[in-house]
Design a protein around this ligand. Structure first.
Ligand code: OSB
Ligand code: MG
Length: 369
């Protein structure tokens, strides 16, 4: 597979509803889309870096810099037997997994399209539908939270995740449990606590949560292991798992019982498959995280979620929760039973609406002819 041309675009799309986590509230999504062309076909990859370095150290600006200056020169004009070879070919570049992943995932789409196969078949997926969950941001009031949960349960979602932070945690969970009983429920702290909060976090044990996601620092493993010994609620790591090696160490240390996989965080599909396989070997269930992706990234996430150890519902919801209209046709829809069908066409299996992509584009640049 020869990549003849690579194009980067920075896009801005308004969110249907603001999204608030422990690190702030956003109303618009600013993100980069990578397009690669080769052999008369096109592949797309969505980058999950954000405007600010709050979820991760990478930002749209660092991705632009790393892709144009360091990744593109190693990729454009090169011939890869398989997209699996791309991440290793970028080994000299330390970190910057989101930049690497956006290019690598576009190359997998291109590869699958050239073969005329859906991406999930090329990735080794085993099912044709995936279970969908929702991530509900911090709201202005507990009433607004309850109304949100009610709406998403009615839409069929298979589990509810609520974002927490100090001051918006035990009361929020108590309120949701009191109103909706034993629904599949979890929380995500996005690194908002420290070990000094262990007793406070242990109060969550009373609510039978499926898991608590990333309670402690974004790069921490040791404190999470200490906290897990004090909690009956399983810890799921997100931010801390930037490499397969970090996952190996976290599992060995007892820092988590569940792992959230986001291909952008670990450098693409090939590394995600390695992480998925490691977790399967160690008896650690995984689920697919989300980064408020447009339909381009969402479709990619759906394909990856068809692998067998994705045994818990992911943060992959309907397009209309995020963007209206989405950048793809048809939009991602969730069936009444809370599942999403994996697209069956070649590659991502969705049509990219170039008119909408153009309308949302702030800047673009290409490398290659
Ligand atoms: O921690 O999982 C997270 C969104 C942006 C950054 C980090 C996270 C999230 C979400 C949203 O929880 C999940 C989604 O895409 O619906
Ligand atoms: Mg998270």
């Amino acid at each position: 597979m020869k990549i003849e041309r690579l194009e980067l675009r920075l896009l801005k799309l308004p969110l249907v509803h603001f999204f608030e986590t422990s690190f702030g509230r956003i109303y618009d999504k600013h993100f980069i889309v990578v397009r690669v062309d080769g052999g008369g076909q096109t592949g797309y990859g969505e980058c999950v870096a954000e405007q600010d370095p709050y979820y991760s150290a990478e930002t749209n600006e660092t991705v632009w810099h790393i892709v144009t200056e360091f990744i593109a020169p190693r990729i454009v004009g090169a011939d890869f037997e398989h997209p699996r070879a791309i991440f290793p070919a970028l080994k000299a570049i330390r970190g910057h997994n989101m930049a690497k992943a956006a290019v690598e995932m576009a190359a997998w789409d291109l590869f699958a399209r050239q073969r005329g196969e859906p991406l999930h078949a090329v990735l080794g997926g085993r099912r044709d539908r995936i279970a969908s969950g929702v991530s509900i941001g911090i709201q202005d009031s507990l009433e607004a939270l309850v109304a949100n949960v009610e709406r998403e349960l009615a839409a069929g979602y298979r589990r509810i995740k609520i974002k927490i932070k100090p001051g918006w945690d035990v009361d929020a969970v108590e309120r949701v449990r009191a109103r909706f009983g034993s629904i599949p429920l979890m929380v995500d702290a996005n690194a908002a606590y420290t070990l000094a909060d262990a007793d406070h976090l242990a109060r969550l044990d009373a609510f039978g949560l499926m898991m608590i996601e990333q309670p402690l620092d974004y790069d921490d493993i040791a404190d999470h292991a200490c906290l897990q010994r004090q909690l009956s609620t399983p810890i799921c790591l997100d931010e801390s798992i930037k490499t397969v090696t970090a996952a190996r160490d976290a599992i060995a240390a007892g820092a988590c019982r569940i792992i959230n996989i986001k291909p952008g965080r670990v450098g693409g599909f090939a590394e995600s498959i390695r992480l998925h396989d490691l977790c399967a070997e160690r008896g650690i269930p995984v689920w697919h995280g989300g980064m408020l992706e447009s339909g381009i990234g969402r479709a990619a996430n759906i394909h990856l979620s068809t692998l067998p150890n994705f045994s818990l519902p992911g943060d992959i919801a309907a397009s209309k929760r995020y963007f209206d209209p989405d950048l793809i046709d048809p939009p991602v829809e969730v069936a009444a039973d809370g599942t999403i069908a994996a697209p069956t066409g070649p590659g991502l299996g969705v049509a990219i609406r170039e008119d909408r992509l153009d309308a949302a584009t702030i800047t673009r640049q290409h490398i290659g002819h």
